[in-house]
Design a protein around this ligand. Structure first.
Ligand code: 13P
Ligand code: SF4
Length: 334
């Protein structure tokens, strides 16, 4: 195996800016504050490993929304990005939803402003608006049904075959869903700066060096990479595939935080991060996701800030397409 291809940061998943006794103290403070505040900690798979390790729940975007809706605790700390906190707040308006770093945004969500989508909808009358969960509450308020990467195909399949659809904002996910459903959705031209960065050439080289390795790809990646995949899916779907597959090696084309969980679940398997085009590092990080740290997690529990707020009028509209998605997902799982 080409050792150079193994991520030097791979166990950054488990590491942090603090270590040893300081880390132990921090973990104790978090545990105490969590109890005092009666809070629950949720983490997305792209979080640093030390945050995943303290979380009560870890999940993909769909699971985090589903769990937020169910938990009893009055305080949710959403260790993820802003739209994940917003979704939780819309679903649970009476709860306090904290995010360790208020600047943890999403380049994909930023690629679709509500005022621009409004114009786009006006230019495409008679279309049903399907939006990826990676969007602002204001965009969701203009939407008919929300999807995540876990359920996008199933939600689109649930719509009548002749329904005219606008899909946004991810052009790669939209193109992928068009290809697997045979639809001709009008796709918004947005993308995620992390998933667009994966290098096809470097992935092809890795596949040559590891002929037995399975290639796991998030559908936010560009089409040529998706076409090479052994499995295309959400973070949770890729994790499940890695756990269930008899293969021993995997090339992982999504944000590399997921490797922490893959490695935790599959101790005897090797996970090789797919490298980005422009970097000497062999893995691909979401700089927004990585803004959250254990220190900021402790601080937000202490000060109960930053808390996510959503304008009431926007939330009243945005909850409808989110609920519609959750209902469709519930039916599918029956
Ligand atoms: P998942 O829904 O697959 O967890 O993806 C979220 C995300 O932000 C992908 O970049
Ligand atoms: Fe957004 Fe991309 Fe980061 Fe996911 S990886 S949160 S889509 S910027």
């Amino acid at each position: 195996m080409a050792e150079d291809n193994i991520c030097q940061n791979q166990d950054r998943g488990a590491a942090s800016s603090v270590a040893g006794k300081d880390k132990q103290k921090l973990l104790e403070e978090i545990a105490l504050l969590k109890k005092e505040r009666n809070a629950v900690i949720m983490a997305h798979y792209y979080q640093n490993g030390d945050i995943q390790d303290v979380a009560d729940y870890i999940g993909d975007s769909l699971a985090l929304a589903q769990i937020a809706e169910k938990v009893k605790e009055p305080v949710i700390v959403m260790c993820g990005v802003h739209f994940m906190g917003e979704t939780a707040k819309i679903l649970c308006p009476d709860k306090v939803v904290l995010i360790p770093d208020a600047d943890a945004g999403c380049s994909l969500a930023d690629s679709c402003r509500a005022e621009d989508l409004k114009k786009f909808i006006e230019e495409h009358p008679g279309h049903t608006v399907v939006s990826y969960v990676n969007t602002s509450a204001a965009v969701k308020a203009l939407t008919d049904v929300v999807v995540t990467s876990s359920n996008a195909k199933a939600v689109i399949d649930s719509l009548p075959e002749d329904e005219k659809i606008i899909f946004g904002p991810d052009r790669n996910l939209g193109g992928y869903i068009n290809s697997v459903t045979g639809r001709d959705m009008v796709v918004w031209d947005g993308a995620c700066h992390v998933h667009e960065q994966f290098s096809l050439e470097k992935i092809v080289e890795l596949k040559k060096a590891h002929p037995e390795a399975k290639l796991l790809v998030h559908p936010e990646c560009k089409r040529p990479i998706v076409m090479l995949a052994d499995k295309v899916g959400s973070t949770a779907a890729l994790l499940k595939y890695a756990i269930e597959s008899p293969a021993k090696e995997f090339i992982v084309a999504t944000e590399h935080g997921i490797i922490h969980q893959m490695q935790r679940e599959c101790k005897d398997k090797t996970f090789i991060p797919a490298p980005p085009v422009d970097s000497t590092c062999v893995c691909n990080d979401c700089n927004f996701m990585k803004l959250n740290t254990l220190e900021k997690l402790r601080d937000c529990l202490k000060s109960m800030q930053p808390a996510i707020e959503v304008d009431e009028a926007i939330a009243a509209k945005a909850i409808l397409p989110i609920r519609r998605m959750l209902e469709i997902s519930k039916k599918l799982n029956k």
